[in-house]
Design a binder for this molecule. Sequence first.
Ligand code: NAD
Length: 283
Amino acid sequence: MAAQIIDGKAIAKEIRKALAEKIKVLLEQGKPRPGLAVVLVGDDPASNLYVNMKKKACKEVGIYSEEHRLPGTIRQNELLGLIDNLNSDAKIHGILVQLPLPKSLDEQEIINRIDPAKDVDGFHPINVGKLCIGEKAFIPCTPAGIMHMIDTIEYNPSGKKAVVIGRSNIVGKPMAQLLLQRNATVTLCHSKTKDLAAECRQADILVAAVGKPEMVKADWIKPGAVVIDVGINKVGTKTLGDVAFEQAKNAAGWITPVPGGVGPMTIAMLLNSTVNACESVFY
Ligand code: NAD
């Protein structure tokens, strides 16, 4: 039987609708309009596209947004100065520095400078630490969106075997933490994992966050598994995921498409975090 498709685009639309309503109510109560600052350094086309999508999404729900587009030649101190200004800017509740930064910059130092209370991406070590010890905090948007999708299909990870492929700080590691928090038994795989296919075949929940087009084949998937494809791979004019979707959908129980799966959820979670930052939910 063909898998059920998890329609991230539709779920994200519902989230945006609810957020727009919430912001309307906040404004009626005289509360401030949530504000997001997006910092883009250099001219990476993919980063440029993501920043434009974020800007459009902010406008749609009523979040104030401002962009800081900076040349790739900017110096570390100048960028730190901008972060300091945004940290003390009362109309800005969330700060997002679009990654990756050019190699000439120290990315971690920049992230560390963001006020944890404005760190809507959840990359600051304080938020990372809180996630690890199970305290409420900002969570990286992609894994947060994936958990929302798993909840939407009413799948309970408790006691299930979850396999996450990829150990990045942005997706793989926080994803593993979130699944662990929900009582899944988690295996975190990476480029040095031996017999990745055999690990994947054990998974009731399989999350692929690698960046290799259609790496995960149908015969890696346990029949009926929940398969979440995070990958965004440009191949010619096509965008492909990390999962060979056409064959995998005959093995999985649920599967996310690319595009239209995880991507829209990531942006919806960013908007949600910005509203949470404005309402001082965590800090
Ligand atoms: P990354 O490059 O930081 O990490 C990739 C991970 O994959 C690494 O941990 C590496 O160990 C692992 N890996 C590489 N080759 C492997 C192999 N052959 N077998 C097993 N593991 C292997 O990437 P990232 O930032 O985590 O992103 C992963 C993918 O997800 C990319 O395609 C990226 O574009 C996409 N992405 C999508 C969204 C979204 O919103 N949909 C958000 C973030 C990232």
